[in-house]
Design a protein around this ligand. Sequence first.
Ligand code: CDP
Ligand code: MG
Length: 819
Amino acid sequence: MSAHEERKKLQERLQLERRNLPVFQAKSQILEAVEKNQFLVLVGETGSGKTTQIPQFLHHSRLYTNVISQDKAQHRSARHDKRMMIAVVQPRRVAAINVANRVSQEMGCTVGSYVGYSVRFEEKYRMGTTAIKYLTGGMLLREAQLDPMLSDYSIVILDEAHERTAQFDILLGLLKSIASLRPLKLIVMSATIEAEKFAHYLNNCDIFFVGGRQHPVTTFYSVLPQTDIIDATVTTILQLHVDKPAPSLLHEESKTRRSGDIIAFLTGQEEIEEAIFEITSRAKERMIRIESDSHVEGDELATVPLAHSDDISLSLELLPLYAALPFDRQQRVFEVSSDLHTRRVIICTNIAEASVTVPGVSYVVDCGFSKMKYYIPGSSIEVLQAKPISKDSALQRAGRAGREGPGECFRLYPETEFSKLTQHTIPEIVRVSLTSLFLTMKSIGIEDIYSFDFIDMPSLSSLEKAESSLLSLGALERPPPSKKASLMNPVHPITTVTSPLGQAMSILPIEPHYALSVVVSPLFDCQSEILDIVAMLCSENLFVVKHGKESSDDQDHEQGYAAFSSERLKKQFDFDQNKNEGSQDGSDHLLLQRIYQAYTSSASRSVKWCRVRGLNKRSLDRAVRIREQLARYSLQVDKIVHSETTTDQSPEIHSLKHETAKEKRAKPSPDTSFWSPLPSEFVNVTTPSSERILKCLLCGLYMNTATLIPGKKNEYQTSSSSMPISIHPSSSLAAAALEKEKMMKREQFKERQASRKGVDYSSPFLLNMGSVYPEALMFSELVATKKLYLRTCSGINPEWVDIVRTINLSDCLREFSHH
Ligand code: CDP
Ligand code: MG
């Protein structure tokens, strides 16, 4: 078959599939409903074609142009012949990219032309050409910072709205208010849950129901609660594989519909990879053949040699699916397999709960948990922890089995547990830190956040906490008295405005505390190094983690994190934890920088180079790309910081997207020429560079600090919470402590030997040693497994924190730019 014929065949198949989707039948009614209403809530089962089809319907309809011409009439002079776009907002990167690819395929164009996408650090669209743009909520919010009316769009679709991410809630309010000012159409698409609530919020708008085609799903519960969900998942998958009939093809007309595959929901990447490792090793014992994963590069995934057995009738193919998985590996999950000798097992996070449709699934294994971000009560620290899901989620998960035929769902918890679950998932906005969103809202121009029309009002205390932490970071400041006395709003007078520092921070698409460090890095003469570190922190899965059968937190030293033994660090990255000048007892942040440097200056940048060092090449390459982008952004940051204009920043920021200048790598200037307005006892020409880097990071992270509890070995407390927290074994600090302990034992042994011989010897090492773990540290991440762990941390001098608290970085920055 020629390439042309092949394309034609694919198009025919795609068009046939499209016509069979439930939304296709309702096309004209949907278009009519959109035409009649400015707001519309559209409800339909996952897989009915909402995400992929509705934007295409709108694009091909007259309606889309109608809206444009209406808009033109109103803003005649401003934007004359600008083509407007349809924005389809997704809660996840994966879904945005995946769907944009699919829709381009259906429309017979390349992704980035008529159909494009935009997610953090990655975009493919062309202004003037792209008509349908899939993007994440975060990206649309960023666009709103540049253009608060979102005037590039005639229609915005908020997809998977039931997921209720905090960004969605804000967009919802923002879009509602934009719609009262110009004829923007807003469509909220969601699974059945929450539809009424959205409609009520959007001035009691209509709800359009798309008839689904959900087949019955039988649900089974485990008799007893499970203590080890990974083990239970693995056991269930293997049992299903042995018990259930081989996959088969359904639906004669399209030879692709399939049944008999398994989807299992777990909480996160580590759990998923551990489960895959487990299945692979147990399958060997049970003579089950595992398809080797030829697409895997490096050793991210256990690729155990095939267990050859006589029974080759049905093998298992294990497919992970999580947000950080490289794109081409994610793609494999969506491919329809016609191989009936292989049962596919997709092991995924919440991604596949509603946002993406995985074909062929008849069996669902639901562990009953998902990872969620939430506050540690009484503190300002956020933690990611596995929590029981809601009933809505459980039903949604079960629904994955009934897409193409009757299915079965296996819940790894008793029915009594199910009945105790909350009905709805708690919206993110009421359980996470709002610091970042608060700043975003301020930079969009939403001045009074306390009276913003939220669909669910976050607690007053979490808003206040966000505001006060931005104030203390210097991103917000109190305006002069004239502006303060706001008669317009007597309830909540506007008491804070974005400072130039805050404006500069909001340009950077990263967490405020890292953004702050990037913005203030010139004060510490370490711009380049901070960019290295932040890029590394933004890229996930830098280290290859190997799972062992009896892997427990305590054994992780030996098991997976051998990459961190001091010997290896010294040899491979010329990095000595204990001798690193400036750092107090080791630093993961400095290690990240060292690795970045080693990688980018290694001639080959090869897979082998990475494998030997226990690193993921893909993640490092991603870090390199992220750094390039951050560097471009920070050129803009510099401009803002240096320009006096603090009121109208948009032209500055606007040129951001078109910035092409190659980054001029900040050359480490000789120490003698370095001047900083910071207190000279804090930073001066003699401060070693590693210490300056840590101090710069601390400016952003100073609320993420912890001190060793007196008398404890590895137990820390933060200023805002008394719960004990430990350094995670994956930290290089843990490895350094281990080393120190060994050294200590050797020295003690020497002392004992000496005293036995009657020699007077006291080890200088033991005299100067202090505690094995650092007295104080700052951390990037807090994770909760069996207990609370700090991940990616650096030892600091506790006195630094007190100094950082007193510095007004906004003023320093002003002074610096005048110098
Ligand atoms: O948004 P909704 O869940 O209603 O459905 P959709 O994402 O538009 O998917 C419609 C159909 O397209 C599904 O049945 C999928 O099988 C198919 N699809 C696909 O094959 N590959 C993709 N990348 C996306 C969708
Ligand atoms: Mg969808």
